[in-house]
Write a protein that binds this ligand. Structure first.
Ligand SMILES: Cc1cc2nc3c(=O)[nH]c(=O)nc-3n(C[C@H](O)[C@H](O)[C@H](O)COP(=O)(O)OP(=O)(O)OC[C@H]3O[C@@H](n4cnc5c(N)ncnc54)[C@H](O)[C@@H]3O)c2cc1C
Length: 400
């Protein structure tokens, strides 16, 4: 049965301007959605493209190159854009509640709000670390860190101060981010003719190895890169306490303490608390459980995609590549749901290509057991990423 409001129109509300929803908006901009009012609510007006984030941190791209302008894209799709943060869903009344106090009605709802790193620390300790997501807050801390690095690098003398960075999380995001941070800050030190050795970097992971979901050759290559760049790697290390300028973890025979000027948290992801509070079914990490049509198990009027959704029949890693791929089937199923048509099942690919950069313009390609690396991999990735971003910066002209 088609969802409809009392006046016969349909309110389709997209929550979050993530990777799936930007594809949905583009698709609907290319082929209008009849008889429905489309609204995008997103906490950020500029949404980052994850593939280019480490390149932004490394200084290879500027802010605009790695962000999609959501109000402009919404306008292309003839959708309203509302800059707000959704804090709750009232399923009985079919309303979403926003941080500003505003409520919005919906007939069909689609959620693509991403994930945040799981910070396993007491709240007082968590306040001293910088989660890599949401990216907006991370970016502010990052810009402040670059300024701080410049100030420290400018101090000369017999015993100039050093700057210590620690990244917690040994997955692709943590490793890639640490190498990007190091590359950029070393560049800042070099620019001010300061000894780059005054910058110290640590990578900490509770696992036995970095990049645990990648092939042994990929892990080995990155271990070598980290060693060559003097990054101190702490394996089997579960950070459980942090304060201003330090972090700690249990170890035999006693606790270990590390002084660090900035601690970036990039561990495994979890879903937002309000998703669980919605009464919709979630998995152990708080992600919404969806079926093959991307409808939530508990409520067929609510769709979810990207990191915040777990496909019960096809569990995959949380990665932007899957969020992007869900975009088209989501657009089509929203269209069908609004018209009362039959929805189509979507099956994500099992294997995917990860292109991981090493901070400089060098990349490693990893897919299942396949591995290759080189400067050309970085240029290939750069070409793919720029082409993707052109889909949103160069929107097609629409006939009047
Ligand atoms: C450093 C780093 C590098 C990465 N590199 C890669 C990579 O190379 N390849 C890859 O495939 N994956 C990569 N990832 C993973 C990737 O970032 C995520 O899988 C991807 O961003 C998920 O997309 P999404 O659409 O689910 O959500 P997101 O891209 O996180 O978007 C969520 C959107 O929702 C908005 N939002 C959030 N909460 C609310 C709310 N309550 N109300 C309204 N709006 C809200 C946010 O502002 C944002 O616009 C990387 C991650 C990190 C941290």
């Amino acid at each position: 049965m088609p969802a409809s409001t009392s006046d016969g129109g349909r309110d389709i509300v997209l929550v979050g301007g993530g990777h799936s929803h930007i594809i949905v908006l583009r698709e609907i901009g290319l082929r209008a959605l009849a008889g429905a009012r489309l609204t995008l609510i997103s906490s950020a007006a500029r949404t980052p493209y994850s593939g280019m984030l480490p390149g932004y941190v490394a200084g290879h791209y500027d802010f605009d190159q790695v962000h999609v302008d959501l109000p402009r894209l919404a306008s292309f799709a003839a959708a309203r854009f509302i800059a707000d943060e959704v804090t709750a869903i009232d399923r009985a009344a079919r309303l979403v509640q926003c941080r500003s106090g505003r409520t919005l009605p919906w007939d069909l709802l689609s959620i693509d709000v991403g994930s945040t790193p799981r910070v396993d620390l007491a709240a007082s300790a968590a306040a001293h670390v910088v989660p890599v997501k949401p990216i907006g807050s991370f970016n502010q801390r990052w810009l402040a860190l670059v300024e701080r690095a410049r100030r420290i690098a400018a101090i000369a003398g017999a015993a100039p101060p050093s700057l210590t960075i620690a990244v917690v999380g040994g997955g692709a995001a943590g490793v890639e981010l640490l190498l990007a941070i190091q590359y950029r800050l070393q560049h800042e030190f070099a620019r001010l003719r300061a000894d780059p050795a005054r910058l110290r970097c640590h990578l900490l992971t509770r696992d036995d190895d970095i990049l645990p979901t990648h092939a042994p050759r990929v892990r080995q290559r990155f271990r070598r890169v980290l060693a060559a760049r003097d990054v101190q790697l702490h394996l089997r290390t579960s950070v459980d306490a942090a304060g201003a300028g330090w972090l700690e973890w249990p170890s035999a025979p006693g606790r270990q303490h590390l002084a660090a000027d900035e601690v970036v948290w990039a561990t495994g992801a979890v879903g937002a608390d309000w998703l669980q509070a919605s009464g919709l079914a979630v998995d152990a990490h708080g992600f919404l459980l969806v079926g093959d049509t991307l409808q939530t198990l508990a409520d067929p009027r609510i769709f979810a995609a990207g990191d915040c959704a777990t496909m019960v029949e096809h569990r995959r890693e949380k990665a932007g590549v899957f969020a992007v791929r869900m975009g088209r089937p989501l657009a089509e199923n929203l269209r069908q749901a609004a018209a009362g048509g039959a929805l189509t099942a979507y099956r994500p690919q099992r294997r995917w290509l990860a292109l991981i950069s090493t901070g400089d313009r060098y990349g490693v390609a990893s897919r299942g057991s396949l591995f290759t690396a080189g400067r050309w991999v970085w240029h290939w990735k750069d070409w793919i990423d720029r082409r993707f971003m052109r889909l949103f910066s160069h929107l097609p002209q629409k006939s009047a």
